[in-house]
Design a protein around this ligand. Sequence first.
Ligand SMILES: [Ca+2]
Ligand SMILES: [Ca+2]
Ligand SMILES: [Ca+2]
Length: 371
Amino acid sequence: MKQRIIIFSVLMVTLTIQAQRMDNVTTHSPYIKAVDEYVPAPGQFVNDVPEYEEGDDASAMVRKCTESLANNERHLVALGGWGGYITFHFDHSIANVKGERDIYIMGNAYQENRNLVLGGMNEAGIVMVSKDVNGNGLPDDPWYEISGSCDVDSVGKVIYDYEVTYRKNPMGDIPWTDNHGNTGTIDRVNAWHPQEYYPLWLPDGLTFRGTRLPDNMLDLSTRVDQSYSAYYYVLVGFRYGYADNMPNFTDPADATSYNYEQCGIDIGWAVDEKRQPVSLDFVDFVRVYTGLNQKCPQPNWWGETSTEIQGASDIHLEASLESIRQAIAGISEQRSAENTDVPCYNLQGQLVSQPKRGSLYIRNGKKFFKQ
Ligand SMILES: [Ca+2]
Ligand SMILES: [Ca+2]
Ligand SMILES: [Ca+2]
């Protein structure tokens, strides 16, 4: 009896690890199904997009984020200063198609119109991915960061294991400290953002951990016609691997010209805590957090650099669904092969009552290896 329980436990673990998300819906959607977590850092759009209303708690704010982003609604959600994040999922697991970008994330970055630099309004968010390993439908499993172009283009300038803590300061500039001995503030910007900047439903002393990307703000004021404005700042884009980094569309006038090349994420770029590549066949959750900790100098039009997102989609819906079907079929085959109530035969076709470890057998017409 004890042995049977052990076999059953091993089988359950195997199934859980291999199972993919495939919701029971009539038609699968490539777009975000729901938001799981919304923990922004303080910022000029926080408590505004989405709007905080008195009495809202974390789950109410998550629900508002879902209304903004799910089903391709394309309303903005602001993540605030460095570290602020959002987590979301789809109605199926997203497959990692080899050599292709898998997840497209929309922000509100644009190409500055003088074409002096790549991008120009890059408020890059770092992307993380996770599998629902324990199968409970919650994002409480190991996370892996997507290694974007800064890891190869800005070696030595990316700060890993970075940490920032923000403190409340009602209706004032929000102070922060980091784990490198620096201090600073998220400044109140202007009359267009009159609300409190610290997320009102979250406790004082919010601490975020992750990777800090190199500052990307350039002052190009001397390179433009100063009769229009004395100041011209740009936030230079990174080549690939981030959210809210480059324009959503390759042609601004064509809302179907998706910029998969610069806004698409390849799950194959995922790395572990030691920045070593990990091999993921599927992911169930995606997280985006603000990756820059900088603010625009005076005149402070832009305030802090804060990632916004507008939505996300599975770039290859059909490929994901087909991969899931194959994975589920593989699990069914394994289950039937390991079902000890069904007769088992050796390769000579003789009935075997006690299969020996390390040998091949046939059950339900399928070969299986007794482990
Ligand atoms: Ca891929
Ligand atoms: Ca989970
Ligand atoms: Ca933005």
